[in-house]
Design a protein around this ligand. Structure first.
Ligand code: ASP
Ligand code: MG
Length: 417
């Protein structure tokens, strides 16, 4: 069997959904499990609803926006909208109740956030049925088993594999439609897998069901050596080793969720990145292979924050102080994207998640004089050559640079912001 994943952009409108359906239909009638994200930017809107509700504010306007958006899509797909509209309405009511609940923020967040995927999967399931493509809708929460780390569920692989066994029989005669992004814990609470986690869901289904491949349908022709929106000369890879791909996602390439590659590599299942805009293009196959002469890989990571901790007396930065800094970063749930030290200061760059950054600065200020800069762009050039090395090192606005034998990283002021 094979697994397909369609992200929010590939199902954001009537035309996009018709296109995704045509892609699915062109690939057969069975032995296919399709993982779908929420449509368009529904997940962002749900995040706003949760924040408003938890601050005690009304979210009627935002809920109406979501309702209207899906109603327009339904109107464009179904001659008779009544039954599917009714189902979506019920789901919207359920999510409104969940958003108003009292309790732990991350728990409530997870009870609400997956409704985008549930609604989109219902619409796509019914649309395919209407078109004569027999398919079974499943609730991914019954199959993807996690612990109770809300917003970042850790997979219970064994239980997941056992739960998925019965899907094999269904796949013999039908396509399955499932939601990305969500699973459930031992108490059947919904647990999300982290933002953009639907790629990871596809990998989980693929690994647990022993898929022959997992295909992610994107708006780019395949995996490229740079973001084509930033670098027009970016090229598409025909194939790439798992390791190289995993490192690209580590440095911030957003084309694939970072957790996706490892389980597929362990099970030796190829990951295919294909264009839903032009499915006739070959795309990129990520698998166990060796590619000679890789071009430089350039990864842009936006919205970075550089934090510098300076010792306040005339001592030097020592290991004990580094211990305090690392501990504080880990406590704040953050990850260092690049770091550097000098005699009297230690600087590191993290994603700018405002409330976490300020919590972290609060802790560090008890021990150090702390400075920070925001609106930075971290550019990583992996497998650099002489030309790219000089080009990026000498770029305008570099405030920190670092290189190893295989990668150059520069942190620059983001002029776009
Ligand atoms: N809808 C979720 C998000 O936007 C999951 C995904 O799209 O992968 O984060
Ligand atoms: Mg998405």
């Amino acid at each position: 069997m094979r697994v397909f994943k369609f992200g929010g952009a590939s199902i954001k409108s009537v035309a996009a959904i018709k296109n995704a359906a045509a892609v699915i239909q062109s690939q057969g009638k069975e032995n296919l499990l399709v993982v779908v994200s929420a449509m368009g930017s529904t997940t962002d809107q749900l995040e706003r609803i949760i924040a408003l509700a938890q601050e005690g504010n009304s979210f009627e306007k935002e809920l109406n926006t979501i309702e209207k958006y899906h109603a327009e899509i339904i109107a464009g797909l179904f001659p008779d909208t009544q039954s599917v509209s009714q189902r979506v309405k019920e789901l919207l009511n359920e999510l409104a109740v969940a958003a108003n609940a009292k309790g732990d923020y991350d728990f409530i967040y997870d009870q609400v956030i997956g409704y985008g995927e549930i609604i989109s999967s219902v619409i796509i399931h019914r649309f395919l049925q209407q078109q004569g493509t027999t398919n079974e809708w499943i609730d991914s929460r019954q199959f993807i088993k996690t612990d109770s780390t809300f917003r970042e569920g850790q997979i219970r692989w064994k239980e997941t594999e056992v739960a998925m066994k019965p899907l094999q029989a269904i796949l013999k005669s039908k396509i399955i439609i499932a939601q990305g992004f969500i699973g459930s814990d031992e108490k059947n609470n919904t647990v999300s897998l982290g933002r953009e986690g639907s790629d990871f869901s596809a990998a989980i289904f693929g690994c647990s069901l022993g898929a022959e491949s997992v295909t992610i349908w994107k708006d780019v022709p395949g995996l490229m050596n740079a973001d084509p929106k930033r670098i027009a000369s970016a090229v598409v890879f025909e194939e790439l080793p798992y390791k190289e791909t995993a490192e690209m996602t580590y440095y911030g390439a957003s084309v694939i969720h970072p957790k996706t590659v490892k389980p597929l590599a362990t099970h030796n299942i190829p990951l295919v990145v294909k264009s839903f805009v032009d499915p006739s293009l070959p795309g990129t196959v990520i698998h166990d292979c060796h590619v000679n002469n890789l071009p430089p890989l350039i990864v842009h990571k936006e919205n970075q924050c550089l934090i510098s901790c300076k010792v306040t007396d005339y001592t030097f930065i020592n290991e004990e102080q580094l211990g305090i800094i690392f501990h504080a970063i880990s406590e704040a749930g953050m990850r260092i994207n690049v770091m550097q030290n000098s005699a009297i200061s230690f600087s590191f760059c993290v994603d700018y998640i405002e409330h976490r950054v300020f919590k972290l600065i609060g802790i560090l200020s008890k021990h150090f004089e702390v400075f920070y800069n925001t609106n930075l762009l971290l550019i990583t050039v992996k497998n650099y050559d002489q030309k790219t090395f000089h080009e990026y090192r000498n770029m305008h606005g570099v405030i920190l640079e670092q290189s190893s034998r295989s990668a150059l990283q520069v942190l620059v002021k983001d002029i776009a912001h």
